[in-house]
Design a protein around this ligand. Sequence first.
Ligand code: RUB
Ligand code: MG
Length: 467
Amino acid sequence: NPKQQGYVNLKLENPANGEYLLGVFHMVPEGRLNILQTAAEVAAESSTGTNFRVNTETPFSKVMNALVYKLDLEKDLVWIAYPWRLFDRGGNIQNILTYIVGNILGIKEIKALKLLDVWFPPSMLEQYDGPSYTLDDMRKYLGVYGRPILGTIIKPKMGLTSAEYAEVCYDFWVGGGDFVKNDEPQANQDFCPYDKMVKHVKEAMDKAVKETGKKKVHSFNVSAADFDTMIGRCEMIINAGFEPGSYAFLIDGITAGWMAVQTLRRRYPGVFIHFHRAGHGAFTRPENPIGFSVLVLSKFARLAGTSGIHTGTAGVGKMKGTPEEDVVAAHGILYLRSKGHFFEQSWTKIPDMDRDIEELVSKDKAHGVILEDDSWRAVRKCCPIVSGGLNPIRLKPFIDVMGNVDFITTMGSGVHAHPGGTRVGAMSLVQACEAYLKGIDINEYAKDHKELAQAIDYFSRASKDAM
Ligand code: RUB
Ligand code: MG
């Protein structure tokens, strides 16, 4: 079929030449087409084509065809190269996804179609925002180094008044926690108006900072019905008098959309932009054959410039996830260079810099070191946010699979379900972290830390009948 031929080049020389965004799909056709024909249809639909060859093609339009350049028939894998000039100028993530995981996920002739990994050429990285305010900035603000940022999500998820909500924040902060996030549905509910919530959180934070002598951070959900309301929420927080660094903006990026995410990044480069991903399971879950992976979602979040995105607990918590998926994604957004499921992604914008950083990378296991004034040479790090059914006794097991402490963790039930309440729950979390840093087993450490002892007792019993 000549139409399909226009979208296949199994001899494409050096697809990593800078002109293409590369993608790998798991693909199982259903119907009359074989895998190569199906792959060509996918490449067509997600670049210039449609189901029939059209008479309106031009020599140039054909240059913009996406190309199937490699197949693995045993593993049902297909590699596609997309000329990235196809994409909207101005660094638009939404536009890329409209092509590469757009209409194609709905076509009839597939049983499985999942984008497992993507690769961005350096020339493309240059055109996208990447993060501005990073984990490093938050560490500097908090004065917290060499350990995860310890956070919570206020629970109950909903139903507290603004004053009650702020009191729980206060308890967590004075118990030693660093970071509090609104649970993602927290908005302007009649029983907890947004303006009052902001005002009470400010008072709670001021009090906690004064009493502990430590800086604290609150991540406010600014997701909203429309642009003006979202920006209104951001401005309300800024105008409440919070110190820069003490607040983050949380956007539920899947339900609110990439335009909201990028708007926040561009309007507020001095604020930590927190990407919560409710709904991602619909397309990322491994048992769902259609969609895209956590790694792909996370890499696009870094490209878009979010400061941090949830990457999962690698199976340690309550959400579905495996080290192969979650840890690879976390490393993919944190490091300057890391191995994905198929591609090794370097986030340097200048190909030559790869040689320059070679030394840096070999010296520093974290691969994440970028000098501040180097941001023009590389896309900055995006912070993994690790959450979902974690509690103090699961902190070390998670750090062990993650292989580093460069993340924010938020524990909801893991703090507020502690029999001693939120403040004591926070203390037990801090103690679990201290035990880890000192290399002492938590059961040993708990012998003279009763808050931790209670947490171990409660959560090891409670986990047996919980999710
Ligand atoms: C977790 C919570 C977050 C989930 C989202 O509360 O409220 O919304 O972490 O999942 P709890 P993910 O700590 O009580 O389970 O981080 O995987 O996107
Ligand atoms: Mg939540």
